[in-house]
Design a protein around this ligand. Structure first.
Ligand code: ATP
Ligand code: MG
Length: 509
């Protein structure tokens, strides 16, 4: 056990960290903080929700000279919401030291951002598109940067971002320290990463599985047309505190959100076509519990740390095993329990096998709950509410009326009526979503294969990390990559990694 006291932190940073309630350093923090404070380049890989932000954030804050009003530390993250979250975290570590942090991402007022950059932040947490925009306009000075972090490094070095990252790194002094972090690091990406760093130390925690042990992982085999009913029944049975439902496309997310609303769930969607203001307000509402189900594209798959997310549903199975790892990692964070259910259509069971092979973890088969089970689930919530009222509330002023009722009716009848009134009625509206094609897996077929039914077998050898975001416009909807000045289509960037080509699902987030 390593306490933060023994990691050699300065007083103001230690005070801030202890105030956050961090008693012991997590394994990734224990191993990478000393290396990073020593000035080494580090590639850090550890499971989702294990404190990688502090693993790079604490040493970065330690190295900032607070008397110099210049950008000295830079964190690059793939989505705006993550940039914002990491900025908030770093602010917490640096608040007693007085480090000024500025999140810089697209979809927000440029003029204001330029003024904020002029005011001399010491750490910038940015998405690549908007950062490049500032670099090209000359509105950000990078010459004093000594520490650069790529959070979600494998994603940042993947098709959609790699060229931007290369351009950004070219603008930063060579003698910088570079830190790369992610829960996943396919070998091909690890290889490129090394070329951008100086003798990096790779810290990879020896977990047997890529996914967190405390997340129970299930799958339901279901036809596409039955997915929606399955989802609402599962939500009724599981009664999550907060749930995230991942859909493959923006349209899909909109349809699921509308459908859930029609059935009486408090649901909101988040994806790249929404305005930044809307994205932020949806997320805020979800964090406060004002929304119980967040329906999202992969824009919410990485890095987001929202406490209270007990369940993740992959309404559509993700294309890449890495995406699976990150999506389900939105639950089961910081040692908490989590529950993940992935929907697979009969033609996608082979794909499930590929995911399991990468994560080294079998998912358990779950049956679609019956209507009766769903009703039981709803009644359970009503019962919990009633019990809570019995235990917590002063009911004296209700006694008289209760006694009157009990003279007329037997207790079980009265309680049943109360339960019925408290049970949320699901409007049984039929909901039909536009059907989508199953994930297609290309590669050698047949044989023993990773497929559950020996069907499809995907040859996932080195370099087969598919061009998921190839010529990606996925972040354009978010407006973050749309000023990078590069075409978003086709081309032959990064041939090295194309391997088995999968259809590009561009502009989907
Ligand atoms: N040493 C610690 N003790 C207790 N809680 C911690 C500690 N370090 C971090 N946490 C908490 O754990 C949660 C997860 O941390 P963080 O978001 O950094 O995880 P991560 O490893 O970056 O996950 P992901 O791969 O999903 O991005 C946060 O709420 C954070 O405050
Ligand atoms: Mg993280």
């Amino acid at each position: 056990m390593t306490t933060f006291n023994s990691l050699g932190l300065s007083k103001p940073v230690l005070k801030a960290v202890l105030e956050l309630g961090f008693e012991e350093a997590t394994p990734i923090q224990e191993q990478t903080i000393p290396l990073a404070m020593d000035g080494r380049d580090v590639i850090g890989q550890a499971q989702t929700g294990t404190g990688k932000t502090a693993a790079f954030g604490i040493p970065m804050i330690e190295k900032i000279n607070q008397d110099m009003k210049k950008v000295q530390g830079l964190v690059i993250a793939p989505t705006r919401e993550l940039a914002m979250q990491v900025g908030t975290e770093l602010h917490k570590y640096g608040k007693y030291k007085g480090v000024k942090i500025l999140p810089v991402y697209g979809g927000t007022d440029m003029g204001r951002q330029i003024r904020e950059l002029k005011a001399g932040p010491q750490v910038v947490v940015a998405t690549p598109g908007r950062l490049l925009d500032h670099i090209r306009r000359g509105t950000i000075q990078l010459s004093n940067i000594h520490t650069t972090v790529l959070d979600e490094a494998d994603e940042m070095l993947n098709m959609g971002f790699i060229d931007d990252i290369k351009d950004i790194l070219k603008a930063i002094p060579m003698q910088r320290q570079t830190l790369l972090f992610s829960a996943t690091m396919p070998k091909a990406i690890h290889d490129i990463a090394q070329n951008m760093m100086k003798k990096p130390e790779t810290v990879k925690l020896k977990a047997k599985q890529l996914t967190v042990d405390k997340i129970d992982q299930y799958f339901v085999e279901v036809k596409d047309s039955e997915k929606f009913d399955t989802l609402t029944r599962l939500l009724d049975v599981h009664t999550p505190e907060l749930a995230i439902v991942f859909g493959r496309t923006k349209k899909r997310v909109d349809e699921i959100t509308d459908g859930l609303g029609a059935r009486g769930f408090r649901a909101e969607g988040i994806h790249g076509d929404l305005s930044q203001g809307k994205r932020m307000s949806v997320l805020k509402k979800f964090k406060r519990g004002g929304v119980e189900v967040l329906v999202a594209t992969d824009v919410a798959a990485r890095g987001l740390d929202i406490s209270g997310v007990t369940h993740v549903y992959n309404f559509d199975i993700p294309q890449d095993p890495e995406s699976y790892v990150h999506r389900i990692g939105r639950t089961g964070r910081a040692g908490k329990e989590g529950y993940a259910v992935s929907f697979v259509t009969p033609r996608e069971t082979g794909h499930l096998g590929i995911i399991e092979k990468t994560t080294q973890k079998k998912m358990t088969r779950l049956q679609m709950p019956t209507l009766d089970e769903a009703l039981q689930g709803q009644q359970q919530i009503a019962k919990d509410k009633l019990v809570k009222a019995v235990e917590d509330e002063n009911l004296d002023s209700y006694r008289g009326t209760a006694d009157e009722l009990l003279e007329q009716y037997d207790p079980a009848t009265v309680v049943s009526a109360a339960l019925k009134m408290l049970t949320k009625k699901r409007r049984n509206v039929p909901v039909e979503l536009t059907s989508i094609a199953p994930i297609s897996v290309k590669g050698p077929r047949g044989g023993k294969g990773g497929g559950r039914n020996g069907g499809r077998n995907f040859d996932r050898k080195k370099g087969n990390y598919g061009p998921k975001k190839y010529g990606d416009k996925s972040y354009r909807g978010g407006g973050d990559r749309n000023r990078s000045g590069k075409g978003g289509s086709g081309g032959s960037r990064n041939r090295k990694f194309q391997g088995n080509k999968r259809p590009s699902n561009s502009n989907n987030r």
